[in-house]
Design a protein around this ligand. Structure first.
Ligand code: AMP
Ligand code: GLY
Length: 423
């Protein structure tokens, strides 16, 4: 089978890497891909912001399956269009992707279906914000309604700050259309957990859980990013907790979407806060996580292709995945300045040496390749990922590999999975 993966980040590199291991996959394309992906798949240009561009590409390549990495094409209705043409495509429709593309849709959906989430108010004007604020304790969280690539959430310490942030969002200054309305939300405390399930519209199969590190700095300091690293172990979620999450969150979401006429097929990413009162949903994403996919797929022992097809064909069962008991960890190496402005085009050295470290795979997130060398081409540049029997060894391996890679301005967190190691 020929498979086309849409996207250009570390998540897509991991998807390409895993799909190539399937005995049923004969060729993998990636569009637009990146420098590192090009070593493993034929990369082709595409504009992921335009469904017509994606359709034209698939019409030319005629893949047997298209796998969509990022949320934007999903929210634009790419799967609807591909499915209308009879093309096999992995991911939710535009209506189902609203769980990610509209925070207010997601919050109201959760309320309708009794899914645990923080107390909230939807605000379309500053007047709404002023009316709602007295009902919240501090700090209060302000979230832009639309897609904002991880930059649409601000935790506000005072009501004045919340009003100012809301004003910036509503005026369109901060995030354009994405901030045209916003959600105010109670601030939750606890450990975050990324719990993903595969869905065929009716049934779900859990993936192993992972923990992302969203803040740019060690000790969870500094601004939010797309994710600076993640790890996954079998101890993160025991069977009892997994059953609870399936019963109270994943299944009610999939059943609720079906009942509302927007069947959810694909992976459903439940971003959770494990609070003292139990798990609560912070957000849904309608796709694989980045960087969570890198450590999660490293632990997958069964055929990813089979699982994706089961989702499309309506035959997902809980045993669809077989996982390694090993732990895995991904450390993101980022460009100087990220998540703010950064320069691209820095030469990367040491990649071959890094991959010689046992159990390590370097996934490329933002790179280009020319003149026999790799250069930086994005904020998040590499996801250095390692697997080992114990989390400690996986972390040591990842950082040993990280130590071999150099580029101008590079920065990375030194404490990925450190909290889990202390426990
Ligand atoms: P979201 O885009 O909703 O996942 O938010 C991005 C990040 O903001 C989350 O991963 C959390 O770290 C933080 N966050 C979002 N909502 C809350 C909340 N209600 N309480 C505390 N932190 C939150
Ligand atoms: N790592 C967070 C996300 O994929 O949205």
């Amino acid at each position: 089978m020929k498979v086309l993966v849409i996207g250009s980040g570390g998540r897509e590199h991991a998807l390409v890497w895993k799909l190539r291991q399937s005995p049923r996959v004969s060729q993998v394309y990636c569009a637009p891909g990146n420098g590192g992906i090009a070593a493993e798949a034929e990369c082709l240009p595409v504009d992921v912001k335009r469904v017509e561009s994606l359709t034209a590409l698939a019409d030319r390549l005629k893949p047997d399956l298209t796998v969509v990495g990022p949320e934007l094409p999903l929210s634009l209705g790419m799967v609807d269009e591909f499915t209308r043409r009879g093309w096999k495509t992995f991911g939710p429709t535009r209506a189902a992707a609203q769980l990610e593309s509209s925070k207010s849709f997601a919050k109201e959906f959760m309320q309708r279906h009794h899914i645990p989430t923080a107390h909230y108010a939807i605000c379309k004007s500053l007047e709404d914000v002023r009316d709602a604020l007295p009902h919240f304790h501090l700090p209060v969280v302000a979230k832009a309604d639309g897609l904002a690539a991880g930059k649409g959430v601000v935790i506000c310490k005072t009501k004045e700050e919340a009003t100012a942030v809301a004003g910036e969002m509503l005026s369109g200054k901060m995030l354009g259309e994405a901030g045209a309305s916003l959600v105010l939300e109670e601030c939750l405390q606890g450990d975050e957990l990324s719990f993903l399930v595969l869905s065929d519209g009716e049934r779900v199969a859990p993936l192993v859980a992972a923990q992302d590190h969203k803040r740019v700095g060690d000790g969870d300091t500094g601004p939010n990013t797309g994710g600076m690293g993640a790890y996954s172990t079998s101890a993160m979620v025991d069977d009892q907790m997994q059953n609870w999450l399936l019963q109270h969150i994943a299944r009610p979401v999939v059943e609720g979407m079906k009942a509302e006429g927007a069947e959810y097929k694909g992976v459903l990413y439940c971003g959770l806060m494990m609070t003292a009162k139990g798990p609560m949903v912070l957000e849904f994403n309608c796709r694989f996580g980045d960087p969570e996919t890198q450590p999660v797929l490293m632990r997958l022992e069964s055929d990813l292709m089979e699982a994706l097809e089961a989702s499309i064909e309506g035959r997902v069962s809980e045993g669809d995945f077989r996982w390694s008991q090993d732990a895995s960890v991904c450390v993101v190496m980022a460009s100087g300045g990220y998540p703010g402005t950064f320069e691209a085009g820095k030469r990367i050295s040491g990649l071959a040496d890094a991959e010689k470290v046992g159990g390590v795979k370097v996934f490329h997130a933002g790179t280009t390749q020319h003149d026999n060398a790799y250069f930086t081409a994005g904020g998040r540049v590499l996801g250095v990922t390692a697997k080992a029997a114990e989390l400690k060894s996986a972390v040591d391996r990842a950082y040993e590999a990280v130590g071999k890679i150099k580029f101008d301005g590079v920065h990375y967190r030194k404490d990925i999975a450190a909290r889990a190691l202390k426990k």
